[in-house]
Design a protein around this ligand. Structure first.
Ligand code: AMP
Length: 212
């Protein structure tokens, strides 16, 4: 869990790749539907673009359908879910959760990162004009696709998301703290340092960037 731009996607991908976990991102799933003009995509596009939260029933059905596939051997890591009390209760009732990683980032740093974020329109890889610049401006290093801003990475959408986060998502952490293992990580350092810290907290061997 963590506010937008705190590195949820990046840190979960590093854990998932190395530990053979399945990575599940509700935000990525919704963006896929929007990009592919599915019926679900049409239902959620305006909400996602405005940085508002999609309805709980819809999100829960996306999560349930995804988890029902049960395509993992060693477990899954889910990012961007749950985001409010109802989703948290649904999650706690339906699945075994070993732990919650909370990436903590101050609002000013969120703004700085999110407004510099770019996404490859073809393969979905994440870039950041501050920390992870592409070699050629506006082009993906991997597939050459055009780099675009996420439609919800604007000042207004960001303000909505920060408001929702503080109002709805933070209290969920308190709920988890009563039942589950929650640990908070300072998300300000670079991605490798944050990953090392997560692993230390989980008693996992250190991250070896060259091996990935
Ligand atoms: P993310 O990529 O996690 O920042 O999610 C992008 C957008 O997808 C959010 O701003 C919401 O509009 C929607 N979304 C993702 N996860 C959820 C969730 N758990 N509940 C409601 N809306 C969500």
């Amino acid at each position: 869990m963590g506010v937008q731009g705190s590195g949820k996607g990046t840190q979960s991908a590093l854990l998932a790749n190395d530990l053979d976990l399945v990575q599940i991102s509700v935000g990525d799933t919704l963006r896929w539907h929007i990009q592919h003009h599915t019926k679900l995509g049409a239902q959620v596009r305006r909400i996602v673009d405005a940085g508002e939260l999609v309805g709980d029933e819809l999100v829960e059905s996306v999560v349930r359908q995804r988890l029902d596939i049960h395509d993992w051997n060693f477990g899954f890591i889910i990012d961007g879910f749950p985001r409010n009390r109802r989703q948290a209760e649904f999650f706690l009732e339906s699945y075994d959760i070993d732990g919650v990683i909370h990436l903590d980032l101050p609002d000013e740093e969120v703004r700085r990162r999110v407004l510099a974020r770019r996404l490859c329109s073809r393969c979905g890889l994440d870039y950041n004009l501050i920390a992870h610049r592409p070699e050629v401006e506006d082009r993906c290093d991997v597939c050459g696709g055009e780099l675009v801003r996420r439609a919800d990475d604007t000042e207004q959408a960001l303000a909505n998301r920060l408001r929702d986060y503080h109002r709805k998502t933070n209290p969920v952490l308190d709920l988890f703290r009563r039942k589950e293992f929650v640990f908070t990580v300072d998300a300000r350092p670079d991605r490798t340092s944050v990953q090392q810290f997560i692993r230390k907290q989980l008693d996992l061997p250190p991250y070896q960037p060259d091996q990935l």
